[in-house]
Design a binder for this molecule. Sequence first.
Ligand SMILES: *Cc1c(COP(=O)(O)O)cnc(C)c1O
Length: 408
Amino acid sequence: MKALGPIPAGFDAAGGILAIDGRSVTELIAEAGGTPLFVYSGDRIRQRVAALRAALPERVAIHYALKANPFLPVVELMSSLVDGFDIASGGELELVRATGVPLERVSFAGPGKRNAELEAAIRGGVTLNLESEGEARRAFAIAEKFGITPRMAIRVNPDFDLKGSGMKMGGGAKPFGIDAERVPALVREVVASGATWRGFHIFAGSQALDAEAVADTQRQTIALAGRLAEESGVDLPHCNLGGGFGIPYFPGDTPLDLAFVGEQLTASLRDLPDVLAETEFCVELGRYLVGEAGVYLAEVIDRKVSHGEVFLVTDGGLHHQLAASGNFGTVVRRNYPSAIATRFGAPVEEEATIVGCLCTPLDKLADRGGFPRADVGDLVAIFCAGAYGASASPATFLGQGPAREVLV
Ligand SMILES: *Cc1c(COP(=O)(O)O)cnc(C)c1O
């Protein structure tokens, strides 16, 4: 039997049926019109943002990285909870615009911004996190054409990475940001262009559970921002410290010690270099805000036995939850937290493999986990499905189409 990831605390059962925000999943599925279904808990998202506010120094604003979950009702809820949004495409800009969020609270990172995307962002007053000198010059030309003063920050490719992070986004040769040693020259060029100078964006990695490593990266980020501001000879209005706060997905993972991160960041901000005395700071978080708030639900369509192994075949699969299948940037496949939602909390009775309905051996949602016995018509829940689920999976693969989504 293989271990399953830890189910986030606080999910309980009403009469053996998994409940989310006090509503049974069978009721939620009936309301939504069927399975497969992603359910996102508004209460959990609110609680998470409140916990962050309590732990982080007041001077540090909270931004939501939209790519984690761009479902419009989630983005709308977020707009009432966080201080800003970080987007990475023109499509995400249109989503944010639909919520009515003031676009001065939005920054736009991402390599390969097309001219039309730069134009939409500049005309809307979004801050561009410039990813290269070439992009900066295209943006200057577009701003001049429309006679608009653009808001510009520079994404720095730091010379360090976030230790233990699931996805390294800094350190060495990268398609993201501008190598630190070339940043001061571009800062001066941005300021000389007459653009509104918005500071640095320094993102060193993702999915870290080690609070020591997160705090250490934040210290290095602040030191780098100070050094680059000094060398540029220009004050730093704003510094985006990145994020990288992880959530426990796999057996043995433990939650990030948020209190420790908050204390260390408070200490780092206490002895800032002079050049950062007036700087505003933010963190940008995706999965930490929404990941554990989401549950993916699918129905068992078939139960079969092959060479003595039980397979529960569901109507869902990797076309909705690619990450749980182990095919979204993981080296070794491990089990996400999962359960039989219609027998939630019941004792383990057998070893079973939960698969999707796609005709590929990659389509595995839980590999040889221990579950209560499930039959056709039972429901399966995959937890930690609130980030990089629906929008990060190949929904049209094999002609399947998207899952339903609902925010409760
Ligand atoms: C993906 C990404 C994020 C969000 O990462 P999470 O691990 O979901 O917190 C934040 N900022 C940038 C620049 C990113 O590319």
